[in-house]
Design a protein around this ligand. Structure first.
Ligand code: CO
Length: 167
C-alpha cells in the first residue's frame, strides 16, 4: 500500500514521535508500506511522521536494493566535524538547500526483527540517518539552512503551508 506523503504545514511533521514498544505485525506492515511508498516516489528515505504515523521509525535506501529499516534509533556519536551538502525532503517538495551535518555518526537501532544494530556511517548514508532522525523530533531540514537560504525559501514555504491547510 502506498501512503500519502504529508507536506510542509501539516502538524504531524512537527510533533515528537513515540518510541515503538513492540515490533508486531502491524508495525512490520507499516514499514513495508513505507518502503513501497519511498520507492514509488524515488526517495532515499522516509520517516513515519511523513505519512502521519507518530512512531520513532524510518526507512532508508541510499543505494538501490540496500534498504535499512530503522526502529527507535539513537545516536551514539556525532562527529564535531561537519559538512554542508544539498538536501531535499519528500515533505518539502521543490526545495533543495545545503544543510550542515556531522561528517560521521554512530547510530544504534533495532531492525524489523528486533535485532540491535550499531552502525557507523558517513557521506550520503550518514546524512540520511541525520535527516530522517530529525523527522522523529519534528524537525525539518529547512529549519537548519543558513539565514540567507531561509530567506530565499520563505515564500515557497508559505505557499506549501497554505496548500497543506487547504487540503
Ligand atoms: Co525528509
Amino acid at each position: 500500500m502506498i501512503y500519502d506523503i504529508k507536506i510542509y504545514g501539516n502538524d504531524c511533521l512537527r510533533s515528537v514521535a513515540e518510541p515503538v514498544t513492540e515490533i508486531n505485525s502491524e508495525i512490520i506492515e507499516t514499514l513495508n508500506n513505507m518502503v513501497e511508498t519511498m520507492r514509488n516516489i524515488r526517495g532515499v528515505g522516509l520517516a513515519a511522521p511523513q505519512v502521519g504515523i507518530n512512531k520513532r521509525m524510518f526507512v532508508i535506501e541510499v543505494e538501490e536494493g540496500d534498504v535499512r529499516i530503522v526502529i527507535n534509533p539513537e545516536f551514539l556519536e556525532m562527529s564535531e566535524e561537519k559538512e554542508s551538502n544539498e538536501e531535499g525532503c519528500l515533505s518539502v517538495p521543490g526545495i533543495y538547500k545545503p544543510v550542515k551535518r556531522s561528517l560521521t555518526i554512530k547510530i544504534k537501532y533495532q531492525n524489523e526483527k528486533g535485532e540491535e544494530i550499531i552502525e557507523e556511517a558517513s557521506e550520503l548514508l550518514g546524512r540520511a540517518f541525520q535527516h530522517e532522525y530529525d523527522h522523529l523530533d519534528g524537525v525539518l531540514f529547512v529549519d537548519k539552512v543558513s539565514p540567507v537560504a531561509k530567506r530565499m525559501i520563505t515564500k515557497k514555504l508559505q505557499m506549501l503551508k497554505k496548500e497543506a491547510n487547504r487540503g
